[in-house]
Design a binder for this molecule. Structure first.
Ligand code: PGA
Length: 249
């Protein structure tokens, strides 16, 4: 059995007033709910972890540094994230790979920091629109996995999120066939690399314009174990139906 996970990435949105939205969401989690993770901005990690303690909502950070400590002004280490009470860290999001020039090697190093701090990584991969049009999506996905996923990865310490860059924040969603193709490809690659026992344990999330009205269809795919949701995770009234659709899948 794999963990079903509905993860919300608030990106650079939310001040302390957003904590009430979190409390509303935590109050709406059904008993049969999948794992729910909210990744607020770093400024809200401690308050969010406190607000969600004892509820069905776990907290995650949106990034961490690839070193354990040192002269890295403005950055946050994995152990600092753990100290907030958070349990997860998103690493390798395309917005960080792009705007902060993070390489697969950087993401690989971050994963190891995440595990060293006892946290779970949500490791993001995904192709650009140009790659999709060029027909080389699977090659790019394979290279990202080979470069950014360390050998010590397991289904317990790592969740993989497939997020086509062209679908993030655009309202453009791949067809179910396109999602199935990539998720099945990732699963097969994990089984080849880690063996069936470990490879089948990784939860694979789809991300990119997941909304209440398309979530159920996306969750029909056998190798889609949940979603990484941006815009639709900001309001409990949008995210709760996505969680419910995952619970029903
Ligand atoms: P979106 O973002 O749901 O707003 O498209 C997804 C993500 O970037 O994780």
């Amino acid at each position: 059995m794999r963990r079903k996970i509905a993860a919300g990435n608030w990106k650079m949105n939310g001040t302390t007033t957003a904590l009430s939205e979190l409390a509303t969401l935590a109050g709406q989690i059904p008993a049969n709910a999948p794992n729910v993770v909210i990744c607020p901005p770093a400024t809200l990690l401690i308050a969010s972890a406190e607000a969600c303690a004892g509820t069905g909502v776990s907290i995650g950070a949106q990034d961490c540094h690839m070193q354990a400590s040192g002269a890295y002004t403005g950055d946050i280490s994995a152990s600092m994230v753990a100290d907030t009470g958070a349990g997860y860290v998103i690493i390798g999001h395309s917005e960080r790979r792009d705007a902060h020039a993070e390489s697969d090697a950087d993401v690989n190093a971050k994963a190891q920091q995440v595990w060293g701090a006892g946290l779970t990584a949500i490791l993001c991969i995904g192709e650009s629109g140009a790659v999709r049009e060029a027909g080389t999506t699977l090659e790019v996905i394979a290279a990202q996995l080979a470069g950014s996923l360390p050998d010590a990865a397991t289904g317990a310490n790592c969740v993989i999120a497939y997020e086509p860059i062209w679908a993030i924040g655009t309202g453009k969603v791949p067809t179910l066939e396109q999602i199935v193709e990539v998720h099945d490809f990732i699963r097969a690659g994990l089984v080849t690399r880690f063996g069936a026992e470990i490879g089948n344990r990784f939860s694979l999330l789809y991300g990119g314009s997941v909304k209440p009205d398309n979530a159920a269809t996306i969750f029909e795919a056998e190798n889609v174990d949940g979603a990484l949701v941006g815009g639709a995770s900001l309001k409990a009234s949008d995210f709760a139906p996505i969680i419910a659709a995952l619970a029903a899948s």
